[in-house]
Design a protein around this ligand. Structure first.
Ligand SMILES: Nc1ncnc2c1ncn2[C@@H]1O[C@H](COP(=O)(O)OP(=O)(O)OP(=O)(O)O)[C@@H](O)[C@H]1O
Ligand SMILES: [Mg+2]
Length: 322
C-alpha cells in the first residue's frame, strides 16, 4: 500500500516552545492511524498542520501528494477535517448544514441532495434531517459534524478527539461508524487520550508526549514490548506513605503504579519479589486481593513512556460515566 501521508521532521514553534518537535511518520492508504497523547502533547497542532490550517515552522508534510505548506488549498480539498469543537451552524438543519458544506466544497448542484441524504442515512441521522444542529444531542452533533466533513468524498479524514465528551453508548456507535469508513477505503488519522480506544480502533498508534513521538507501531507490537513482564496487582484498604517508601526500595521492579488503593508492580521476577512485597504491605495495610495479570496496552504505555497512565485520564468524561 502506498503512503498517502508523509511527514518528515515536522516542527511547530509557538514562541520559543516547540508544540511539535521533529516528528516523522508515514500513513498508508486505507489505514486508521492514531495519535495517542496527554493534554498539550501536540496532537491538535499536528492535525491542523496536516489539514492545511496551520503552517509548520520546520520540516514538511505531503498529504495525498500535496505539500501542506505550498498547496494548502489542494490539501483542504482532498481531506475532511473534524475539529474537537464542531464548526457547523447552530440554526441550520442537519440537511442544510450538509448541503451548505457540499456547496462550499464545490460538489455539483445535482449531486448535493443525494450525497447529503446518503450521509444522513449512513450516520443514522435521517429522522433528524429537519432539526437545527443546535437542538441535536451531543452524540448526534458529533456524528453530523463527521458526516459533513465527508460530503465532498475526501480520501482522508482527520478526527481530533472524536469521542471525547461523549457518553459510552454514543462513543461506541461512533467507533463503529469510523470502522465502517475504513471499510469504504477512507484513510483516517485520529487523536485520542483514551488508550483502549486507540487499541480497538487503530491499525497503528503513535504515542506523542511533549511534541515528540515516543513509540509508533501496531497495538499488538507495542504490547509485545512488555510480553516478558508480568504484573502483580494488589488491592489494599489503604496505601500509606510508609508503604510507598518501602516498596520503592525493593529490587526487581520495572514500574510501580499506584492509583487509589491499588498497586500494580511490573516485573520479570515475580517469584523473587512477591514475598518481600507482601511483608511490606502486611505491616501497614490490609491486603484485599492479589492477582497476576497480563500487560495491557496501558501497561506498555507506562513502561515505554515512563509516565503514569493517569496522565491520560484528563478530559475523559466517557470514563467518568462508566
Ligand atoms: N495558538 C497557540 N499559541 C500558543 N501555544 C499554543 C497554541 N496552540 C497550542 N499551543 C501549545 O502547544 C502545545 C501543544 O498543544 P496542542 O493543542 O497541539 O496539544 P494537544 O495534544 O492537542 O492537547 P489536548 O489533548 O489538550 O487537546 C501546548 O503546550 C499548547 O499550549
Ligand atoms: Mg487537542
Amino acid at each position: 500500500m502506498d503512503n498517502i501521508i508523509q511527514v518528515r521532521e515536522l516542527t511547530k514553534f509557538y514562541g520559543n516552545n516547540p508544540a511539535v518537535d521533529h516528528i516523522s511518520f508515514d500513513i498508508k492508504e486505507g489505514e486508521i492511524f492514531g495519535f495517542l497523547g496527554p493534554n498539550g502533547a501536540g496532537k491538535t497542532t499536528t492535525i491542523r498542520i496536516l489539514a492545511g490550517l496551520s503552517q509548520p515552522s520546520f520540516g514538511f508534510a505531503l498529504v495525498n501528494g500535496h505539500d501542506v505548506l505550498k498547496e494548502p488549498l489542494k490539501v483542504k480539498k482532498t481531506i475532511g477535517f473534524v475539529p474537537e469543537t464542531s464548526n457547523l451552524y447552530g440554526e441550520l438543519t442537519s440537511f442544510k448544514n450538509l448541503n451548505y458544506h457540499a456547496e462550499l466544497y464545490g460538489v455539483p448542484k445535482r449531486e448535493r441532495r443525494t450525497r447529503s441524504l446518503n450521509l444522513l442515512k449512513e450516520f443514522n441521522l435521517i429522522e433528524h434531517q429537519e432539526k437545527p444542529f443546535q437542538t441535536l444531542s451531543r452524540g448526534f452533533k458529533r456524528r453530523l459534524t463527521i458526516a459533513t466533513a465527508l460530503v465532498h468524498d475526501p480520501k482522508i479524514l482527520f478526527l481530533d478527539e472524536p469521542t471525547t465528551g461523549l457518553d459510552v453508548m454514543s462513543a461506541r456507535d461512533l467507533r463503529k461508524l469510523i470502522k465502517n469508513l475504513k471499510k469504504k477505503g477512507v484513510t483516517i488519522f485520529l487523536t485520542t487520550h483514551y488508550i483502549p480506544e486507540a487499541e480497538s480502533l487503530c491499525d497503528r498508534i503513535a504515542v506523542i508526549v511533549k511534541g515528540k513521538i515516543r513509540v509508533m507501531d501496531t497495538p499488538e507490537n507495542i504490547k509485545a514490548q512488555v510480553k516478558d513482564t508480568e504484573i502483580l496487582e494488589i488491592a489494599l484498604d489503604q496505601v500509606t506513605e510508609e508503604i510507598k517508601n518501602q516498596l520503592s526500595s525493593v529490587k526487581g521492579f520495572e514500574a510501580l503504579v499506584i492509583s487509589d488503593n491499588q498497586i500494580r508492580i511490573h516485573t520479570k521476577r515475580i517469584d523473587q519479589i512477591i514475598l518481600p512485597v507482601i511483608e511490606i504491605l502486611k505491616q501497614g495495610a490490609q491486603i484485599k486481593t492479589i492477582n497476576t495479570v497480563t500487560p495491557t496496552l496501558e501497561d506498555a504505555f507506562v513502561k515505554i513512556t515512563g509516565l503514569d497512565s493517569d496522565i491520560m485520564k484528563i478530559n475523559k468524561p466517557e470514563k467518568a460515566s462508566v
